[in-house]
Design a protein. Structure first.
Length: 243
């Protein structure tokens, strides 16, 4: 075990108010590509740029084309929680992690067993009729060709935050409060370039900011500990004997 992971282990051992803030890099070890790496979603070829397709206006104007891309590039129904998800769920069960704040929409934190999960960008597992508000599971989207329709005839929309849409303010306030009150803040698998979500960490008042990311972020200079290793391996090692 290297020195940085040993330091992380000590911080986790001595805190019972840990908050985790994560992005796409948390789920890459589950086989879900991130957005901005060389082989990520934003570097794939498609008829329109992903940012355009994943916008509210595109969804409304070209719903069938949206769903063609969405099913092909955004949904990974066979993905399973990895070591990072499992370690965080274990820490929450021990009463150490108070909140998991995620920019991901894959639902893997919940599947791993985490309870207090704040999904800033919603969840692909939830889908809502735009007319009657009936809720549908991911199965409905996967088993439908073209535009998925509700029994009432309305269009079903994924409960994810698209470009041009605002974040849920209740979730944002809960995330803000959790970060403000945290003793230890762990930020992992995120470039910290997506706002307003990335701006949440400016609410942290403590001096135990840990960044686990393979590349540099705009907040590196504020970190008390930087780890460039695999997030799954890092959290598994750091929680191996934490109690």
């Amino acid at each position: 075990m290297n020195d940085t992971i040993t330091k992380l282990k000590d911080l986790l051992q001595n805190s019972d108010n840990i908050v985790f803030f994560g992005g796409a890099g948390v789920s890459t070890e589950s086989g879900i590509p991130d957005f901005r790496s060389a082989d990520g979603l934003y570097n794939t070829e498609y008829a329109y740029p992903p940012e355009t397709i994943l916008s509210h206006s595109f969804f409304m104007a070209h719903t069938e084309e949206f769903y063609r891309f969405y099913r092909d590039k955004m949904l990974y129904p066979n993905a399973k929680p990895n070591k990072a998800h499992i370690a965080l769920a274990k820490l929450e069960e021990q009463g150490k992690v108070k909140a998991v704040i995620t920019q991901n929409v894959d639902g893997l934190h919940t599947e791993a067993g985490s309870v207090n999960v704040l999904e800033l960008h919603g969840s692909a597992l939830r889908n809502i009729c735009m007319a009657c508000k009936e809720c549908y599971s991911l199965k409905k989207i996967l088993q439908t060709d073209g535009i998925p329709l509700c029994a009432c005839g309305g269009t079903i929309k994924p409960d994810v935050v698209l470009y041009e849409e605002g974040l849920d303010m209740t979730v944002m306030m809960r995330a803000t409060d959790a970060i403000y009150d945290a003793d230890v803040l762990i930020v992992g698998g995120t470039s910290l370039n997506v706002y307003p979500a990335a701006g949440l960490i400016t609410n942290y008042q403590g001096n135990k900011l840990i960044l686990i990311n393979k590349s540099e972020t705009p907040y590196d200079r504020h970190a008390n500990l930087i780890i460039r290793e695999s997030i799954g391996h890092t959290l598994e090692e750091a929680t191996s004997v934490v109690h």
